[in-house]
Design a protein around this ligand. Structure first.
Ligand SMILES: *Cc1c(COP(=O)(O)O)cnc(C)c1O
Length: 473
């Protein structure tokens, strides 16, 4: 046996190599309130319930109670009524998937169901469509605002449509789709409408209270039948908690599962999971109670101020602009200057201790760097700006990354649908990553390579990459 202290020391050493989850320098993946004591509270609450099993709410009534409390809090924030119900899930992807599943199950007469998605809808809906065999009908968004176009969305609805989706806001550009207009189009056809407020749901209502012009996007809008909101984003809860709300219980039924066709217990599940840790639920419950409405208002104010300041700093840098006018806390910065390689800017930010997330070009959306801004960014905007200034200057000096002609030709010849492990190995070797060389410090060359691969090939290449990363020993 190893002593508990030794094990924890080992774990701390492993964690030291990760991106920091506090301090606001990791501008994707993590959400930092900056509040003292919140980590300790959520860790303690997590520990109190981590061994309890949400599989049976009658055996663990504390989990049932806390789940109902979380759903009730989300419902109150998002315009729910006395009929609103919901489920706590493991995250945004699961919430979005369950919205698709419930819509499919709610329309058993439709043999080949479709879901109408703006091209900016989160990839979670493509995952849902893939796993649940619902066909995605992807509708282009406005090329300037990157908002979904209500007329095109309505035009894409037909007799096979089981669900229409819009974002509040979209992850890639941080813009709010015209929810009311899209919902009206769905309602006119008697089709369900899901609002993906995974990232905006816990902060945009507070922005409205702070005086920002934020149109209604929840159940106050006629025609909205479900809304997802992630607690592990702007509710600043530990990972593993999201809420999917439905306008009424009839709409939710389709994602409940009961399995009595075996000799064991009747498996009764409200979400995709069966055994379900009480940890994330209890942690979220504790964080919500502790921070409270006034606390969230203050955190929203800090995030909003940080967004405005960082946005001004970015646009003041010669050569940089935002892809779209942001409606929330997400910025996508880009350039029209061929002398600035954004993948190199991302690497340069990395060497200065900041993580920004590269997003590849897609349709009218150019290659860009995504920033998720949280309350913890308030106060260090100038530091961010100087790092970005220096990174852009360094990228200009380095010049654009050019993909080796041989590699480009090899990529052009690869067939995504028959890509083999051997071919992928050859590509890695050509890119200097063969033979277990591990991840390079700089990603610009790899990103430049992925950027010229068609999306389907990029998906396949990265799947192969996962297969190599996840190897025991
Ligand atoms: C984050 C996000 C999701 C997916 O959430 P996960 O918690 O990462 O699974 C879905 N939609 C939007 C708009 C998001 O921002």
């Amino acid at each position: 046996m190893s002593s508990a202290d030794d094990v924890l020391a080992e774990l701390r050493a492993l964690r030291a190599a990760d991106l920091p989850t506090h301090g606001g320098r990791t501008l994707a993946y993590v959400y930092d309130s900056g509040l003292d004591g919140l980590d300790e509270l959520s860790a303690a609450a997590h520990a109190l319930a981590a061994s309890a099993n949400g599989l049976d709410p009658t055996a663990f009534p504390s989990l049932l109670r806390m789940e109902n409390d979380l759903v009730s809090a989300a419902s109150e924030l998002l315009g729910g009524t006395a009929r609103t119900v919901g489920s706590v899930t493991s995250g945004g992807t699961e919430s979005c998937m369950l919205a698709v599943l419930a819509a499919r199950e709610g329309n058993p007469g439709i043999a080949e169901p479709t879901v109408v998605l703006p091209s900016t809808a989160h990839a979670a809906f493509h995952k849902a469509a893939h796993l649940f065999r619902v066909r995605p009908v992807v509708v282009p968004v406005d090329p300037v605002t990157f908002r979904a176009d209500p007329a095109s969305m309505a035009g894409a609805i037909d007799d096979d449509t089981v669900l229409v989706v819009a974002s509040a806001p979209s992850y890639a550009h941080g813009v709010l789709d015209p929810i009311a207009e899209i919902a009206a189009g769905a309602a006119a056809r008697g089709v369900r409408m899901h609002v993906d407020a995974c990232i905006g749901g816990w902060i945009l209502p507070y922005f409205r209270r702070l005086g920002r012009d934020v149109p209604e996007f929840g159940f106050a809008v006629d025609g909205v039948t479900s809304v997802s909101v992630d607690l592990h984003k702007y509710a600043y809860c530990p990972k593993g908690a999201s809420v999917l709300l439905h306008a009424d219980s009839e709409l939710r039924r389709g994602h409940f599962f009961a399995g009595a066709g075996w000799p064991g217990y009747t498996m009764l599940n409200s979400t995709l999971q069966s055994t379900r840790s009480g940890g994330p639920l209890a942690a979220a419950w504790a964080v919500l109670r502790h921070v409270g409405d006034d606390g969230y208002l203050g955190l929203a104010r800090a995030a909003l101020e940080a967004v405005e300041e960082m946005r001004a700093e970015i646009t003041a840098i010669s050569g940089l602009r935002l892809v779209a006018e942001p409606d929330s806390t997400l910025l996508a910065l880009t350039t029209d200057d061929d002398g600035i390689d954004l993948f190199t800017v991302a690497d340069e930010m990395g060497t200065r201790g900041w993580y920004v997330q590269p997003q590849f070009a897609h349709g009218d959306s150019p290659v860009n760097l995504h920033l998720t801004i949280t309350a913890a960014n308030r106060g260090s905007e100038a530091e961010f700006a100087s790092a970005l200034h220096a990174s852009v200057a360094a990228a200009r000096t380095a010049g654009p990354v050019v993909v080796d002609e041989g590699i480009a030709a090899f990529l052009a010849d690869l067939d995504p649908d028959s890509l083999s492990e051997e071919e992928f190995g050859q590509l890695l070797a050509a890119a200097g990553m063969g033979g277990g060389a591990g991840l390079p410090d700089r990603m610009a060359e790899i990103n430049a390579m992925l950027a010229i691969a068609r999306p389907r090939l990029r998906e396949r290449l990265l799947q192969e990459f996962l297969g190599i990363l996840y190897r025991p020993g």
